[in-house]
Design a protein around this ligand. Structure first.
Ligand code: PLP
Length: 422
């Protein structure tokens, strides 16, 4: 039997002999009692080490040029130098930027919470559009705040804009949409110029106070020599007179220290001042000492680019390994399709026969932890039981090698078993 044949071309007896081989391999792997992890997209220790210079970089100098002492209270919008840094990353003016603490997710949660009271002035259930597969923590924010989620799929260019337009035209209670516009989590999509232009127009057809949550978490996280381009949404919105409809987010979590970076919010002057007022009931200012450290360390666009090249040198071989393992074990078999991202932190794989949960379970029993099946969909429910997110960055390459072998084995075993019993 040809091991690379399309699985659907195999007879039941061929499938059964293949299953016996795979089961034998699986039993051996299980006996090895591995403990490997392909779950969360965290930077590897070697990536964190790239920013160790942050420690002690201030050498006791805490004063800004304007005399501000960063150790003291105040300045919710952030220090001017850090707002400038955020402006560089988000590609907008520094007056449109607020600098927050270590988590952009916290800023997103706060932003959505702060809009709730306005949205609640209208009668009806508040809804968000969620392009899927997407980032689980976006969906958890909606779930926790009682916001109903409506899913739309992707085209090659980004979210399905025709579907979005028609949903928006029929429902003024759609108050937001989650977007990861560059190297999307987990699909790796970067939105095309045309898609961004269509996003800029959404504010015109939307009901009151509609917000595009533009989570540019992977703005500078390129894996290829020619990065995906991304049109600036805020500039496009300015042309359409819809600037209030966009709120951009980013952070240095995967640039410097994931647990101790700084975050950025970019939006219109009105939105920024409303959000500042909202936040001022919970804090007097974010960590300005850390903002200053980041300014000293990341400096400007060229320095950020050079720093991200070092990340690429660590991360890219891991993505190459994932691709090579998937290609060599699965290409042409018809068991799955997967993405080949040019940046970001994930590879997204769709099983052909809806066996994602079986694959995750088999892998777990063999000592390889995968993100739970369904996690990339609202309420944890993937209607096709097909999507699996692979996060290659954290494990050392030798572990990734082993984990991917187990993964492809489990994927084929689950598929063959499914076809025999279907
Ligand atoms: C799309 C996306 N947004 C936000 C985050 C979290 O960002 P932060 O560490 O700034 O909270 C992640 C982390 O995986 C992510 O993938």
């Amino acid at each position: 039997m040809d091991r690379t044949m399309r699985i659907t071309d195999l007879s039941i007896s061929d499938l059964e002999s293949r299953q016996a081989v795979l089961q034998g391999e699986y039993d051996e792997v299980k006996a090895a009692k591995l403990s490997l992890d392909l779950t969360r997209g965290k930077p590897a220790t070697a990536q964190l080490d790239l920013s160790n210079e942050l420690d002690g970089i201030l050498e006791g100098f805490f004063l800004l040029q304007d005399g501000t002492d960063v150790r003291n209270y105040g300045g919710i919008l952030g220090i001017p130098e850090a707002r400038e840094l955020g402006a560089t990353i988000l590609g907008i003016d520094s007056e449109s930027v607020m600098v927050g603490g270590n988590s952009s997710l916290t800023m997103m949660y706060n932003y959505v919470s702060h809009m709730l009271t306005r949205w609640q002035e209208e009668d009806g259930t508040i809804k968000f559009i969620c392009p899927v597969p997407g980032y689980d923590r976006h969906f958890t924010i909606c779930e926790q705040l009682g916001i109903e989620m409506i899913t739309v799929g992707f085209t090659d260019d980004g979210p399905d804009m025709d579907a979005i337009d028609s949903l928006m035209a029929s429902d003024p209670m759609i108050k937001g949409i989650w977007c990861v516009p560059r190297y999307s989590n987990p699909t790796g999509h970067s939105y095309s110029d045309e898609v961004v232009k269509r996003f800029a127009k959404l504010g015109k057809s939307a009901g009151n106070h509609f917000r595009i949550i533009w989570d540019n978490a992977y703005a500078v996280h390129h894996l290829a020599d020619t990065p995906d381009r991304l049109t600036n949404l805020l500039a496009a919105c300015e042309k359409e007179d819809t600037s209030d409809s966009v709120v951009m987010f980013a952070s240095t979590s995967k640039v410097t220290f994931a647990g101790s970076g700084i975050s950025f919010v970019g939006t219109s002057a009105q939105n920024l001042s409303d959000f500042e007022a909202f936040l001022s009931t919970q804090l007097i200012g974010f960590d300005k000492v850390n903002q200053l450290r980041h300014v000293r360390f990341l400096k400007d666009a060229d320095a950020i680019k050079a720093h991200m090249e070092k990340h690429k040198d660590i991360v890219q071989p891991k993505f190459a390994m994932v691709e090579q393992k998937l290609d060599s074990a699965l290409a042409g078999k018809g068991v799955a399709s997967w993405t080949k991202p040019k940046g970001g932190y994930f590879v997204s794989l769709d099983t052909t026969y809806g066996v994602a949960d079986e694959v995750v379970e088999l892998a777990a029993d063999a000592g390889v932890k995968l993100t739970p099946a369904g996690a990339t969909f609202p309420y944890g429910q993937d209607p096709d039981n097909s999507n699996i997110r692979i996060a290659p960055t954290y494990p050392p390459i030798a572990e990734l090698d082993k984990a991917m072998d187990v993964f492809v084995l489990c994927l084929e075993l689950a598929t063959v078993t499914h076809l025999i019993t279907a």
